[in-house]
Design a protein around this ligand. Sequence first.
Ligand code: CA
Length: 398
Amino acid sequence: MTVLKYIKLVVLCLLFSPLYAGKGEVLADFSVWKSEFREVAGDCGISSDTLDKYLDNISLQKRLIKVSKRQPEFSKPIWSYVDSAVSSKRIRKGRKLLAKHSDLLKKITEQYGVSGEYIIAIWGLETGYGSNFGRSSILNALATLAYGSTRKEFFQKELCAAFRLLQNEKIDESQFKGSWAGAMGHMQFMPSTFEKYAVDFDNDGRKDLWNNLSDSFASAANYLKDSGWDMGRDWAVEVKLPEKFALSLSEPTTWLTVKEWADLDVTYADGRPLNLDEEDARLYLPAGRQGPAFLSFRNFQVLKEYNNSESYVLSVGYLAHRIRGGHELVSEWPRKDEALSLTQKKDVQFLLTVLGYEPGAIDGRVGDNTRQALRNWQGDIGVPQDGYINEDVMILLK
Ligand code: CA
């Protein structure tokens, strides 16, 4: 790297470092913010009675503002995430709970077309099967984040929805608690998700996502159904690629039928020929060409509606697969790869930008744009285009 490029890199990294984020921003007094919120609250359907009842008692949670802005320098590699999300303990417990709640889940499956193991898997990931809902007051948390986080608009909308829930649903305010980001109950619904998808499945006159498993499970199923879940289909299947394969086909916009993938000599992970109904699938390489490969189906995208993180979706799908008795992954993860730090990921994005590719914002978050820019660069220099960022790639870029 030339000296000039190095200086540019340092300046850019400094600019995007967490030290700089939000510096110079002066927060208005929380009580001023409250009176401003009172002005807009009417527009989002909150009555003055409701505001009078709750707004004054809301208290600022300073600690939360810090938490919401924290960007960890190191994040887990995907295999560590999957290992803990789909631990053998969680699989065993999931199987027991699937059996225990089989009557209820059967009714829900009949009505919403979502199989029980997916509901149990989401439950397992969201709250450890109901063992941890979070203890934050939803109003305190959302008001604090609407006032002082980097995503004020998002949290203000959720705060409006939270007020409407207290106003329009029979919810006991003392149990209106959840995660520090405002997710509630067994399935960790945000208030706006609650408004859209929560159902009173046991017909007792309340949508209770904290104490009632019928309502909680059916609400999650309703959410998936409305997002396009197709019960006749799987979420993904592990596959094996032939020795020589155009890895550029792993770009997320490439959807081929299973037959077309089979014609490219893609097989099941154990080498058997693919034998699936005609269906669109994309090639998903969560850890590049060294790790397990998947054909993922439309239901994978539906799970992304629930939570946009691919590590999360992979874990929910894989946990559901294991709960229903499916086997372990055939391919090994590239466990020798060290996770890149946030700074290193920003370096990669910066270098791609300098070289004329378009990875999007230099924020250390590796999403579709960064992976696509990397694939394009890999194609231009003639190495396999798997779009996977590790230390070798960083060294090569430099
Ligand atoms: Ca109910």
